[in-house]
Ligand binder design. Structure first.
Ligand code: PXL
Length: 280
């Protein structure tokens, strides 16, 4: 697609290197025009800082959407990340109806949980609404925790087999999604990767890379943003997943030795690698 324009819906965490402060620079680096719809403004992200502020912007969304409709503003992709409330999830469903250009790719990262637990502020009702939104998407990008919560399967941290991963992915597709890109998959010690299954595929496609001993915060947002940018640059889904995974890993490697940088991932240092990967 020539000069695609996307809109991404997620919060502004002013400090903490996640959501819009990573999505904008990363998708711009991919050469893709990015409009934003902020879902909330927080002083920091919610994972580790105490006493953060949270301004829910749900009430602003209907007027923003109505203005875009009046101006006939439409997007080639709509990419959603962290959403602040269940009502907001319903409004994103309306956005899918109202501002999608012909062939618009709807990408949902159900950013709400990791390592078996929901992020602060979310509950089971939110996970249920998020599952419904995933059912309206062309591509969904859950980690294993998020997928398990949305399809009512147990979360298994490690030692699972391909049958478990396949069941998770089939159930996410059964929600109605067109494709699932599952992050954080590992069958062997020392490796970590991403699994891709599109509706109608016989087999899962995988991309694995080395597993670092330390996790960084915000990697789900970094992966989803780079995946979205690469997909809109015309890459096949598995190639977009590989490019995004390599970029995320490079950012983690830049962060791993810096104990003071606990709150985020130094993705900035890996941007040249992402730009290069999109030239190949
Ligand atoms: O990285 C996901 C994310 C996005 N936005 C906010 C968060 C988190 C994860 O903790 O707290 C506000």
């Amino acid at each position: 697609m020539k000069n695609p324009r996307i809109v991404t819906v997620q919060d502004i965490s002013c400090v903490g290197q996640c959501s819009l402060t990573v999505a904008l620079p990363i998708i711009s680096a991919c050469g893709v025009e990015t409009a934003i719809l902020p879902s909330a403004v927080l002083s920091t992200h919610t994972a580790g800082f105490q006493g953060f502020t949270f301004r829910d912007l749900t009430d602003d969304i209907p007027a923003i959407m109505a203005h875009w409709v009046r101006e006939n503003i439409k997007f080639d992709a709509i990419y959603t990340g962290y959403l602040g409330s269940t009502r907001q999830i319903a409004l994103v469903g309306e956005l899918f109806e109202n501002v999608a250009a012909q062939g618009c790719v709807k990408i949902v990262d159900p950013a709400m949980a990791d390592h078996g637990v929901l992020y602060t502020g979310f509950d089971a009702a939110f996970a249920k609404e998020m599952a419904a939104l995933c059912g309206k998407a062309d591509v969904v990008l859950p980690n294993i925790t998020e997928a398990a919560m949305m399809v009512d399967m147990p979360f298994v941290a490690e030692g699972y087999d391909e049958a478990y991963i396949r069941a998770l992915m089939d159930k996410v597709l059964a929600l109605g999604a067109g494709a699932v890109v599952l992050t954080g998959v590992s069958y062997r010690a020392g490796e970590l990767g991403v699994a891709v299954l599109r509706r109608g595929d016989a087999e899962i496609s995988y991309y694995f890379h080395e597993r670092l001993t330390k996790n960084s915060h915000g990697t789900g947002d970094i992966f989803a943003s780079a995946f979205t940018g690469a997909l809109m640059r015309g890459k096949a889904m598995i190639d977009a997943a590989r490019i995004a995974a390599d970029f995320t890993l490079a950012g983690m490697k830049a962060t791993v030795d810096d104990a003071e940088h606990w709150y985020g991932t130094k993705f900035e240092q890996a941007l040249p690698l992402l730009i290069q990967a999109l030239q190949d």
